[in-house]
Design a protein around this ligand. Structure first.
Ligand code: ADP
Length: 648
């Protein structure tokens, strides 16, 4: 019954393959989103190429016989095209394999050889048409192969398939289980079909049908939309996991470095305190030398406390910047005053280390400027502190110059130069990173968190400025900060940005002997500090250890100012405020209530004022700041001006 069919029986496998491949083509119909995935894109080329190869092959084995009436040139063309399509299929298949096994682009040479081979093969096939040395038809219609047929027609596909399979074997470990199985099955099935076809000298046409089976395997195991989605999700998960690990590591590093930075000064505080307790006896009159020593301990405690505070301020600053809450608050200020203040502080430190400190200001810069004085001070101090910290001998210089002065503004250039240890070239790119301490081996003895410069850089960024560093290892460094500032055209009163008196020795300018204060705080220490400060201005102070106790006191006494802590066990400061305002027996409904808290994050002041507090003071409190705030809120007749007083 076969004889009744018009097709020679040899192409049955190919016709069947063409059918199921067409179905596959329709299933996997164009999906523009997935076309961005490289493997899928090449898969689509492979699919289309295989369809065309099957069509050409079926036509060749059906019509390329001159005895059935097809002209000889058409027969030759069909045979040539059939060979080209097969070789192209194996080429694309090899490229497809490489997308999985060669994600790092290691096998570029193999790809290059593959391309050269393909170009040579194409050239030879075209040359074959006039010169007839690979395949041709004799004038009587006999189909002929030259001795070059096998090497030329088979060498390229054999190279592609074997090199593809070899790289697959070498790189098998880098593949997931599904990829391993799918790629191996598809490769071996295709290779098997090609070998059978070659071994039977084209009598059994299995190369393309088996290749089509390979394509099916690839589609349903690696190229379905579901699987791509799965891969995408997995990739996201891996990235998220890496981020989480990184964040966790950064957190651990941060905690380790912070606990070290905090423990060091704390250790000094506790040690000195213990010495005071050992060396003092409440029952004995103290000898002046012991008192002197104790004052020395107290000074050390103060220094350590200040270091501690600066570490915590650094953390707060970084948190503020990170959460976008650090605002730049421009105020009018005097540059010369600012530089003088900073200079006084740094020159003491430099002197203690035996360094020379000099500072210069270009006289052309106007003295009265508008900018965030507090942040500029912080930037100068940070750069100068580092210069002193990382310099053992020689000098530290600060030079202030200007750039681009216009009518209304200028760019302030703050140049801090030292003759210190310098920074290695390879470390320079990391110097402004968070927690970046460089040259750790050498800097082990020098205290630091690696936060200072990162905060400086970010603050300068917030002010639209820039900072750079030039350094020679072993010779010294120069940091240059450039910060745009406005020129103060109508100078009025010169309020300092923080409103704080920078000379606490001169803070007490008035007394309040008729003033009654209530301080509410659950920490005894804080109550002692606040009480002592208020007694310095001769105030009458009562204290309450909780919100409840404060409410009681507000019912029995009238105060002129109430200082309220926020974080206390129930009720906290805010709740106490609210309860007090609703309490009909409260004698202090119109008494200014000032929030006095360690909650110093930016924006908190506004929050507390919104709730109804009269003002806000952040802890640790400073005498000058306390006095400034009190003066704002008590009636004038309670204030007795005394002029400047150094006794405090
Ligand atoms: P740290 O708290 O460690 O001083 P910084 O962020 O201020 O943190 O500085 C980061 C690192 O940059 C320092 O650990 C130090 O290695 C290097 N560095 C900063 N300033 C200088 C300088 N003037 N000379 C040499 N090295 C410096």
């Amino acid at each position: 019954m076969f004889g009744n069919y018009s097709f020679p029986p040899k192409t049955y496998f190919e016709i069947a393959s063409l059918g199921y491949l067409l179905v596959l083509y329709l299933i996997s119909f164009h999906d523009s989103d997935r076309n961005k995935i490289r493997s899928y894109k090449i898969f689509r080329y492979l699919e289309v190429n295989m369809l065309l190869a099957l069509i050409v092959s079926i036509m060749t084995y059906t019509f390329a016989f001159p005895e059935s009436g097809t002209p000889i040139p058409v027969c030759t063309l069909l045979r040539t095209l059939d060979s080209i399509m097969c070789v192209m299929a194996s080429r694309i298949f090899a490229i497809y394999l490489l997308t999985y096994v060669d994600t790092e682009g290691r096998y570029k040479t193999i790809s290059l050889i593959g391309n050269i081979l393909f170009a040579t093969y194409l050239a030879l096939m075209i040359l074959n048409l006039p010169f007839k040395f690979i395949l041709w038809y004799t004038p009587d219609g006999t189909y002929m192969h030259g001795s070059l047929f096998v090497p030329i027609v088979f060498s390229a596909p054999v190279f592609y398939l074997t090199s593809g399979i070899l790289t697959l074997i070498i790189r098998i470990k880098t593949l997931g289980p599904r990829e391993k199985l799918a790629l191996s099955i598809a490769s071996f099935v295709t290779l098997f079909g090609t070998i059978i076809q070659a071994a039977t000298d084209g009598v059994i046409l299995l190369s393309l049908p088996f290749g089509s089976i390979g394509i099916f395997v690839l589609y349903f195991s690696l190229e379905t939309a579901d699987y791509h989605q799965l891969l995408k999700n997995n990739k996201r998960l891996v990235l998220a996991e890496q981020d989480a690990i990184k964040a966790n590591r950064a957190k651990s590093d941060f905690l380790a470095s912070m606990s070290h930075e905090i423990r060091t000064p704390l250790n000094a505080v506790l040690g000195m305190d213990e010495l005071i307790l050992i060396e003092t006896d409440p029952d004995k009159e103290q000898d002046p030398t012991i008192i002197k020593r104790i004052r020395g301990y107290a000074e050390n405690i103060k220094d350590a406390g200040q270091v501690l505070l600066s570490v915590i301020n650094d953390i707060l600053d970084l948190t503020k910047i990170e959460s976008g809450k650090m605002d730049i608050k421009p105020v009018p200020y005097r540059l010369n005053e600012l530089v003088r203040d900073v200079g006084t502080m740094i020159s003491i430190k430099a002197e203690q280390k035996g360094l020379t400190y000099t500072q210069t200001i270009d006289p052309r810069i106007p003295d009265r400027l508008v900018g965030d004085e507090l942040r500029i001070r912080q930037i100068m101090i940070n750069l100068l502190n580092n210069a002193v910290k990382y310099t053992d001998s020689g000098k530290v210089e600060m030079a202030i110059s200007e750039k681009e002065q216009t009518d209304s503004g200028l760019t302030l250039c703050i140049r801090v130069k030292d003759t210190g240890i310098g920074i290695r070239n390879e470390d320079l790119p990391y110097i402004f990173g968070d927690f970046q301490r460089l040259d750790e081996e050498r800097n082990k003895q020098i205290e630091g968190t690696g936060l200072g410069l990162s905060i400086v850089k970010r603050m300068i960024g917030l002010m639209n400025g820039d900072i750079n560093v030039v350094s020679k290892y072993g010779e010294g460094s120069v940091f240059t900060a450039m910060i745009p500032q406005e020129i103060n055209k109508n100078p009025g009163t010169n309020v300092s940005a923080d409103g704080k008196n920078k000379n606490p020795g001169k803070a007490i300018t008035y007394h309040t002997p008729k003033c009654n204060y209530l301080v509410v705080d659950d920490s005894n220490m804080n109550l002692i500090v606040a009480t002592r400060f208020l007694q310095k201005i001769k105030g009458n102070v009562e204290t309450a250890h909780s919100g409840g106790e404060a409410l009681e006191k507000m019912r029995s006494s009238k105060y002129d100012v109430i200082f309220m802590d926020h974080m206390m066990p129930d009720p906290d400061g805010i709740r106490t405020y609210e309860l007090s305002r609703k309490d009909p027996d409260n004698l202090n409904l119109d008494t200014p209530m000032i929030m006095m808290t360690a909650n110093a994050l930016s924006g908190m002041r506004e929050e507390y004022l919104k709730i109804g507090f009269t003002d806000y003071i952040s802890k640790p409190i400073e005498l000058a700041e306390l006095l400034r705030v009190i003066k704002l809120h008590i009636p004038e007749d309670l204030i007795e001006e005394i002029g400047e007083d150094s006794d405090h």
